[in-house]
Design a protein around this ligand. Structure first.
Ligand code: G3P
Length: 227
């Protein structure tokens, strides 16, 4: 399973890239609102210059025509083929959204259908030709359902029907969501930095490192030349 970082923060991306496990980034208007100073365009171009893989930028129009026009503007922010290959237009799961996804996909533009909460919504996004679909696991939990169980149904629906859309487990709140997504065979999990950092942690690892340090010191002492 690939790991994307769910953030619009260049500092967070810099830190997460140093871990050697992150290949893409997803943003949304809420994440953008936490950044100050730079424009949407500047932030997306900066992020695209940092990460090796897909970068999702979300449209805010509610009608397909507006979404397509915003998408074309975003895609045109750089004339490099590499940018065009990796920039991914995030489109909400509405009938206007699927209409925009269909058109953008016919133009060879990568799309990420966001705000997906049910297997039927996921199926519609796949039918429209979305490159990625993003089930919101944490927000499904918030609604009183089991987000990982719904994700399991979505993975099964996609694989059973032979859809090629890649599944991004999104709205990840804790390492158990990452575990669930990986065990279900999701293509990608998009993870906030704080959760990604938690994923590395285990007290037994810390205890193990301390013990190895102590034993290594003992070994080195035993190697010291005898007087
Ligand atoms: O990728 C979607 C994600 O940013 C939403 O997360 O925690 O706001 O539900 P959250």
């Amino acid at each position: 399973m690939q790991i994307f970082l769910d953030t619009a923060s260049v500092e967070e991306i810099k830190k997460a890239l140093s871990f050697g496990v992150v290949s893409g980034v997803t943003t949304n208007p809420t994440l953008m609102s936490r950044e100050s100073g730079a424009s949407f365009k500047d932030i997306i171009l900066k992020i695209a210059g940092m990460v090796p893989g897909p970068v999702s930028a979300e449209v805010t129009a509610h009608d397909a025509k507006g979404m397509i026009s915003q998408a074309m503007e975003i895609v045109g922010w750089s004339d490099s083929d590499d940018f065009r290959d990796r920039i991914t237009i995030k489109v909400p799961m509405t009938s206007e959204g699927t209409s925009a996804i269909k058109e953008l996909s016919s133009r060879g533009i990568s799309t990420n259908c966001t705000l997906v909460f049910t297997p039927v919504q996921a199926m519609l996004a796949c039918e429209a030709g979305a490159t990625f679909i993003s089930p919101f696991v944490g927000r499904i939990d918030d609604s009183g359902l089991d987000g990982t169980a719904v994700l399991k149904d979505i993975v099964s629906m996609v694989r059973t029907n032979g859809y090629v859309s890649q599944i991004i487990a999104a709205s990840i709140r804790h390492p158990a969501h990452v575990y669930g997504a990986a065990m279900l065979g999701c293509d990608i999990a998009t993870i906030p930095l704080v959760v990604l950092e938690q994923c590395f942690k285990n007290p037994l690892t810390d205890i193990g490192i301390r013990k190895f340090d102590e034993d290594w010191k003992k070994f080195q002492a035993s190697q010291a030349p005898k007087a």
